[in-house]
Design a protein around this ligand. Structure first.
Ligand SMILES: Nc1ncnc2c1ncn2[C@@H]1O[C@H](COP(=O)(O)OP(=O)(O)OP(=O)(O)O)[C@@H](O)[C@H]1O
Ligand SMILES: [Mg+2]
Length: 290
C-alpha cells in the first residue's frame, strides 16, 4: 500500500531575525498509511505543531521532503491538491470560523476550490450531518458553544473530502463534553476510512489511536502501538509524559491486589477486569454459602 504521507529527513528552523534561528525539527522521517489513526505526543515546545504544519504544506522543510501522495509540498503547483488531500483542525475554534452563518462557513473552502453550486449544497448537508450540526445551519457561529464551533470547523474540513485530517490539540480548549464530541467524531471519521492524525496532551485520547508517535526536541523518539508505548512508563516520565489515567488506576489496584491486571489503557478493559474479579468473588461467596 502506498503511504498518504511520507516525511523524509525533514529538518526545519524558525528564523527569528537576521542573526538568530531556532532549530525545531531535526531529521524527522516517518510514513502514514491510508486508514491509520495516529496520535502525536510530546511535551510543550517539542515541535508537534511545527511538524503538523508540514503535513499539508503550511510550512515546508528547510531540508528533506514531505510527500502527500506523490506530491512534494515544496512545489507551489501542488499546493491546492495538497490542501484538498490533508485538512487541518487547530486548537482555537474561533480562529477557524470565517463566516457569519454556519453553512456559509462550511461553504467557504468549497468556494475556494471551485466546487459547483449543487455539489456544494450536497457536501455541506453531508458534512453538517456527520458532525450533527444540521439544525444549526442558519445560525451565527459565534452563538455556539466551543464544542459546536469546533464541529463546524471540522465540517468545513470534511466538506473538502480530504483523505486525511490533522487535529492539532483540537480538543484542548473545550470542556469535557465538547472534548468528547470532537473525539467521538475523530473515531467516526476514522471508521469511515479517513486517516486521522491527532496531536494531543491527553494520554487517554492518544490511547484510542492505532499508533503513537512521540516527539522530543524535534525528533521522533518512539513510534508504535499504544499498548507498546505505554509500557515504557519510566521513559515517558523522563520525557515529561504520563501514562493514561486508566493505566495509572489499574497499577494502583494491582499494587494492592496482584490478581488485578495492570496492562490496560482503555476504560472498558478496566471495567471488564473489575467484573472478572467481582464475578470471581461472588462465585466464591456462592460456593461458601452452598
Ligand atoms: N512562529 C514561530 N517563530 C519562532 N519560534 C517558534 C514559532 N513557532 C514555534 N516556535 C518555537 O519552536 C519550538 C517548537 O514549537 P511547537 O509549537 O512546534 O511545539 P509544540 O510541541 O507544538 O508545543 P505545544 O505543546 O506547546 O503546542 C518552540 O521552541 C517554539 O517556541
Ligand atoms: Mg503545539
Amino acid at each position: 500500500m502506498e503511504p498518504i504521507l511520507r516525511i523524509e529527513n525533514v529538518s526545519f528552523s524558525y528564523k527569528i531575525n537576521e542573526k538568530t534561528t531556532v532549530s525545531v525539527l531535526k531529521d524527522v522521517s516517518f510514513s502514514v498509511f491510508p486508514g491509520e489513526y495516529v496520535a502525536i505526543i510530546g511535551h510543550n515546545g517539542s515541535g508537534k505543531s511545527t511538524l503538523s504544519k508540514h503535513l499539508n504544506g503550511i510550512l515546508t522543510p528547510e531540508s528533506g521532503d514531505v510527500w502527500v501522495h506523490n506530491l512534494n509540498t515544496k512545489e507551489l503547483i501542488n499546493k491546492r491538491e495538497i490542501r484538498k488531500a490533508v485538512g487541518m483542525v487547530f486548537q482555537h475554534p474561533d480562529n477557524q470560523i470565517v463566516a457569519t452563518i454556519v453553512e456559509e462557513d462550511v461553504a467557504f473552502g468549497l468556494e475556494n476550490i471551485g466546487v459547483p453550486r449543487d455539489e456544494m449544497q450536497k457536501r455541506i448537508d453531508d458534512a453538517l450531518n456527520v458532525v450533527k450540526m444540521s439544525e444549526f445551519r442558519k445560525r451565527p457561529p459565534h452563538h455556539l458553544s466551543g464544542g459546536q464551533k469546533q464541529r463546524v470547523a471540522i465540517a468545513g474540513v470534511l466538506a473538502m473530502h480530504p483523505d486525511c485530517i490533522v487535529f492539532d490539540e483540537a480538543t484542548s480548549m473545550l470542556d469535557s463534553f465538547g472534548r468528547k464530541e470532537v473525539f467521538q467524531l475523530m473515531r467516526k471519521m476514522n471508521s469511515m476510512g479517513m486517516t486521522i492524525i491527532t496531536v494531543t496532551h491527553r494520554m487517554s485520547e492518544a490511547a484510542e489511536a492505532n499508533r503513537i508517535i512521540v516527539v522530543e526536541d524535534g525528533k521522533i523518539v518512539m513510534d508504535g502501538a499504544p499498548y507498546e508505548i505505554f509500557k515504557y512508563k519510566e521513559k515517558l516520565e523522563q520525557l515529561q509524559l504520563d501514562i493514561p489515567t486508566i493505566s495509572q488506576l489499574a497499577e494502583i489496584i494491582h499494587n494492592h491486589h496482584s490478581d488485578f491486571s495492570k496492562d490496560m489503557i482503555h476504560e472498558d478493559e478496566l471495567i471488564n477486569e473489575v467484573k472478572r474479579l467481582t464475578n470471581g468473588i461472588s462465585e466464591k461467596v456462592r460456593y461458601a454459602e452452598s
